[in-house]
Design a binder for this molecule. Structure first.
Ligand SMILES: *Cc1c(COP(=O)(O)O)cnc(C)c1O
Length: 364
């Protein structure tokens, strides 16, 4: 076997045992004589996979009963448009701008011509932190945040308390810690970072919010359409939901989301310690108090504090030779980024830290 360590931001690494199980079942799913990919979405065989995925999310993420769990398509990006379409009620929609993905969500509110407000932003400091003193108004139609900023490597360690329904884009940190549902009214994620392959979007939404989407919203873009039919209004992304199901089983076997969160703390500490103990050779992009446990964005510095992009390029190239891919930072900030989602092993992070140490010795 020739598996490498994949630090890519998404699509990203999937647990090996999940891939092996999918491989074992690919041609003949549990003796049914066909692949789950070939099965009707109305068949009993598929129905079990679909409903088990929903009940595992409920169980592992401790989702209360007054929420619907939906499987949609169009990526997290379609949610940027569906949220104002369904949840705006003629008042004001409020957003925190903590990075590129929030900005894209805000742009969709603007396109729809609704009244929206940006209540806090960290744009002035290149999104190096979660904005402080976030104040949503009580009467807003909804309050919107991005829990983990995949590009800049920042993450909320606590969600704001709001009177207005809180909507959270968790595309890059879903299932990585337990959520306080008393604060959250809707949470969504493209599956391809922490929960499976691309092509599947998970939406967990309070039933009372589902009811808001009126008849003027196009059928496929209405949450109610999908909630009423248990996400089987039309053909859902069946294979993606099957892989999600296997990943949820893997989370359960790993000790649940509580244990996964502990593992994530440990992995992130190892990597941030390596950065902090490098004497300024490696410097993290995020302010310490806003550091993401999922995406670690950092630079290699010259002694005068400027970025050494030539050395960063060399780092990425030599890392690939050492079987570690995906470490090039996002084009908007450059530098390096290691995505260490749930499925990245401690062993992978250790290999990266050892490589960083060796690279520094050879190049400083
Ligand atoms: C990747 C990402 C998105 C976009 O996801 P798509 O499924 O590609 O539309 C949105 N928000 C966040 C936080 C992301 O990391």
């Amino acid at each position: 076997m020739n598996r490498i360590f994949n630090f890519g931001a998404g699509p990203s690494t999937i647990p090996l045992e999940v891939l092996e199980e999918a491989q074992r079942e690919l041609i003949d799913y549990k003796g049914e004589g066909l692949s789950i990919m070939e099965a009707s979405h109305r068949s009993k065989m598929y129905d079990e996979v679909h409903n088990e995925a929903i009940s595992l999310i409920k169980e592992l993420y401790r989702v209360p009963n007054d929420y619907d769990i939906l499987f949609l398509q169009g990526g997290a990006s379609l949610q940027f448009a569906m949220i104002p379409m369904n949840l705006y009620m003629g008042g004001v929609a409020e957003y925190v701008d903590s990075g590129s993905w929030s900005s894209k969500a805000i742009k969709e509110a603007k396109i729809q011509g609704i009244d929206y407000r940006v209540v806090a932003s960290s744009k002035d400091t290149t999104y190096d932190r979660i904005p402080q003193n976030i104040e949503f108004s009580n009467s807003a139609d909804y309050a919107y945040i991005t829990s983990n900023n995949t590009i800049y490597g920042t993450e909320y360690h606590e969600f704001p308390i709001t009177k207005a329904p809180l909507i959270v884009d968790t595309s890059s940190d879903i299932f990585s810690y337990l959520v306080d549902w008393s604060k959250v009214d809707m949470l969504f994620a493209g599956a391809q970072k922490n929960a499976g392959p691309s092509g599947l979007t998970i939406v967990i939404i309070k039933k009372e919010l589902v009811a808001r989407g009126g008849d003027t919203v196009p059928t496929m873009l209405r949450y109610k359409t999908h909630a009423d039919k248990n996400s089987l209004f039309n053909t859902p992304p069946t294979f993606g939901i099957y892989i999600l199901n296997l990943i949820l089983h893997w989370i359960k076997k790993s000790g649940g989301i509580e244990q996964i969160a502990k593992n994530n703390q440990k992995k992130a500490k190892l990597l941030y310690d390596a950065i902090d103990n490098s004497g300024g050779f490696y410097v993290g992009h995020s302010k310490k108090e806003s550091r993401s446990l999922m995406n670690v964005s950092y630079n290699i510095k010259n002694s005068d504090g400027t970025n050494n992009s030539a050395l960063e390029e060399k780092f990425v190239k030599e890392a690939i030779e050492a079987k570690m891919i995906g470490l090039k930072g996002h084009r908007s900030i450059g530098g390096l980024r290691a995505s260490i989602y749930n499925a990245m092993s401690l062993e992978g992070v250790e290999a990266l830290v050892n490589f960083m140490d060796k690279f520094q010795k050879e190049n400083s």
